[in-house]
Write a protein that binds this ligand. Sequence first.
Ligand SMILES: [Fe+2]
Ligand SMILES: [Fe+2]
Length: 260
Amino acid sequence: MRRLLFLGDIIGAPGREAVVHALPGLRQALALDWVVANAENSAGGSGITRAIARSLTSAGVDVITLGDHTWGQRGFEQEIVETPQLCRPANLSPRNPGATHIIAPGHDGARLLVFTVLGRQFMQHHVDCPFDTAERMLRELEGQYDCALVEIHAEATSEKIALGWYLDGKVSLVVGTHTHVATADASVLPRGTAYQTDAGMCGPHTGVIGREIAPVIGRFLDGMPRRLPVATEDVRLNGCLVSIDEKGHACTVSRFEWRA
Ligand SMILES: [Fe+2]
Ligand SMILES: [Fe+2]
């Protein structure tokens, strides 16, 4: 049996410091084969840098994924080509630099395929169909992986659930990110795919999806632009924990939470 921990969006310094602090111990305590983490908000709340990616992989993250904030940090479009163990969403235009997927070996040599697709409902990005992209990727990479994790970075619950059913039996885990609030629906679908609509976030929970409360309320009240600093209090790691059998099917899945 292989064990995979997926961590939801890492938010700013509080989120990444908690991951770096906790992960070495968690890897051992939970006997993890793989840790995959979305880090699209790890640099000041938007985007990532090569240095941050390096600190996360040094702490034990095997694969870093991203989302709609992939290009949030200036210069990352150059850095990404020299950043290993990291992939940008697969359904961005092929003109975008960076890997579309990562295949990570586990302790027994099993290969985990990881990629992210962006949703299209209530999202600003113009991207290829996440359903067709996922199916095409799995077809093109067939034979190169033993287990697969497909992340759906999306706003709409319905789009995420639909992709879970669409890929049931074809991958080990379909997990949602982007809304930053963990959902209580982790389950193994009938054909052996673990599913959770949103993994939640690794970051401060006394806030509004990771940002300080007062400026967010202010923006809702007057609609004016303002800085939305990353919050600091009640840092938790959120995600899901999956056990996977020899055939790449999920046996169990549970919501994961660690508190600082
Ligand atoms: Fe996010
Ligand atoms: Fe996002």
